[in-house]
Design a protein around this ligand. Structure first.
Ligand code: 5GP
Length: 113
């Protein structure tokens, strides 16, 4: 599998505003923010999409969500925020390396487009 854009960011081969990293995930600001705060939480493990998750990946996905909630606190999203994961083309996925969107700083609408 060729390296994804996100793997290249994780490996510091492409620039990004990284705000958090640990042994399992890296978080950085989205290049095209859809809200005042728009951060991506990306696993170091390059899994193309949610449909590729295996049972043993469940703790990793839980960790992604947990990291996002901690970052929401640090980023002062006290009034609320949205976490989104897109799957495949019809789900709006454009980068085929699973990731979580943490968005906040404005009123979110429902249903999303
Ligand atoms: P998806 O549409 O796959 O759910 O989300 C991919 C996200 O990655 C989009 O919000 C897009 O703006 C962001 N993105 C794509 N390329 C880059 C990049 O090179 N750097 C950063 N920081 N974000 C990117």
């Amino acid at each position: 599998m060729p390296d994804s854009i996100f793997t290249k960011i994780i490996n510091r081969e492409l620039p990004a505003q990284i705000i958090y990293e640990d042994d399992r995930v890296v978080a950085f600001h989205d290049i095209n923010p859809q809200a005042p705060v728009h951060v991506l939480v990306v696993p170091r493990k390059q899994i193309p999409m949610l449909d590729d998750l295996r049972p043993e990946d469940a703790p990793l996905v839980g960790h992604m969500v947990h990291v996002a909630t901690k970052l929401a606190g640090e980023l002062k999203l006290d009034l609320g925020y949205r976490i989104v994961m897109n799957c495949n083309h019809q789900g709006g996925q454009t980068v085929f390396h699973i990731h979580l969107h943490l968005m906040g700083g404005r009123q979110m609408q429902w249903p999303p487009g």
